[in-house]
Design a protein around this ligand. Structure first.
Ligand code: SF4
Length: 429
């Protein structure tokens, strides 16, 4: 997985609560929500995320909780703990679940599991959620270096119908700097191999704002990407975390980060280029051909319930957000003693109605279609205007928001500074 994607699965804990501490004046004048009109639709999870924490080695920019290197005996212990977690979830009142809509197997690098362990892993998922080919979208993340023809055919026959490849860039020099184990040729080969194996839904992850990356480098990546048989592209801005190898190099001055102005220009170019190649931008960092939108990620951004399983996974059920224990050794030990599914949690937070509304706005405004007024009304039993009063027209007057009959959305030129605008929708300090 690309740790810069954490906003997909950790929407509330990051953007929202960061914003809470830096809120602007507009939000203070918005009305506080009380009452109990929140309608508990979406409480039964129809979406599942499973985290597989193994990687061959740690990338230079990664501060994610993964287990790099030797996998024995951790694979086996991970499987045991995961089995226990699934068993305990089956005691939840909403089990047995109706057929899932999406299943997402992420990491780490799920395809790092040995063939034998992968077979156990899929049997466990089938035993819990039923046949995988009955689920309309089953995605697995893979590193191009771990992909072989045999593995891809096996995944297809197991019911996996979408592949997400962590490419990051097609520039070998930059890939090396990022500490990735593949090179550009291997990344292209992996995509073609997947297409030959029958994957019609292939997504790749790319990053911009890489140290010493130029606009010409970004354009080369775009050209390479759009010549591949993919239907989806996630394009993230690299966040350099201080406690990573890259973070330390930047601190020592041996690596020069790209400045914010350059990043903003790259982002603008990416949007423009992809639009010319029929990649519709449906979210701030995600682009798809028609029919290629990730339904799983869409479930996060539209506030659906989902189960998160495995170390460091996040979930949202019955109005509660939880995060599992991140460290693999601690997750495994929790599995040995767990009597309730809560024993796997590192944190949990039951959201108030006000927080649900804030989240709905924060997540919904990441989508280019924004927050539709009918969906807001259906979800909360009140209108956007009831909750936000004249804040909406004030933001629109400053060209920070498009506010019309369909609802609210961000103007294109605000995407890069979206967090600053989203802060305005906080209702509480
Ligand atoms: S592939 Fe690299 S970036 Fe992704 S989780 Fe593994 S170590 Fe981190």
């Amino acid at each position: 997985m690309n740790p810069n994607r954490q906003s997909d699965t950790q929407p509330a804990s990051h953007a929202l609560y960061t914003a809470r501490s830096t809120m602007g004046a507009d939000s203070r004048s918005a009305r506080f929500i009380s009452g109990s009109h929140f309608r508990s639709v979406y409480h039964t999870p129809r979406h599942v995320y499973v985290h597989v924490p193994f990687c061959r080695s740690r990338c230079a920019y990664c501060d994610f909780s993964i287990h790099a290197g030797r996998r024995d005996p951790w694979e086996e212990r991970y499987m045991k703990a995961l089995k226990k977690e699934l068993m305990l979830w089956q005691r939840a009142p909403f089990f047995p679940l109706p057929p899932l809509e999406t299943l997402y197997i992420g990491g780490g690098t799920p395809t790092e599991l040995s063939a034998e362990r992968l077979a156990d892993f899929f049997s466990l998922l089938r035993a819990t959620f039923g046949p995988l080919d009955a689920i309309s979208e089953v995605t697995i993340e893979a590193n191009p270096e771990t992909v072989t023809e045999d593995l891809l055919s096996y995944l297809r026959t197991t019911g996996v119908n979408r592949l997400s490849l962590g490419v990051q860039t097609f520039d070998d020099r930059l890939l090396k700097r990022l500490g990735r184990i593949h090179d550009a040729a291997r990344a292209s080969d992996a995509v073609h191999m997947a297409a030959r194996a029958g994957f019609s839904r292939i997504s790749i992850d790319l990053m911009f704002g890489l140290p010493e990356q130029t606009m010409a480098d970004v354009e080369r990546d775009l050209l390479m990407a759009t010549q591949l048989p993919i239907d989806h592209l996630s394009y993230y801005n690299l966040q350099i975390e201080p406690l990573t190898r890259l973070g330390r190099d930047v601190h020592r001055g041996t690596v020069r980060p790209v400045d914010e102005e350059e990043e903003a220009e790259m982002y603008e170019r990416i949007i423009e280029f992809l639009a010319h190649h029929e990649f519709y931008q449906y979210e701030l960092s995600n682009f798809a051909h028609p029919g290629g939108i990730s339904q799983h990620n869409l479930a996060y951004w539209t506030g659906r319930s989902y189960l998160g399983l495995g170390p460091s996974a996040h979930g949202f059920v019955s109005g509660m957000r939880y995060a599992n224990i991140a460290s693999l050794p601690r997750y495994v030990v929790a599995g040995e003693h767990a009597e309730r599914v809560e024993d796997f949690y590192a944190t949990k937070r039951v959201l108030s109605e006000t927080e649900m509304i804030e989240e709905f706005l924060f997540l919904g405004l990441r989508l280019t279609e924004g927050v539709r007024r009918d969906r807001f009304q259906e979800r909360f039993g009140r209108s956007l205007e009831d909750v936000y009063g004249d804040l909406l027209s004030r933001l629109a007057a400053r060209s920070l928001l498009i506010y019309d009959d369909t609802g609210i959305r961000l103007p294109k030129d605000v995407y890069f500074i979206s967090n600053e605008v989203m802060q305005s929708f906080l209702l509480t300090v």
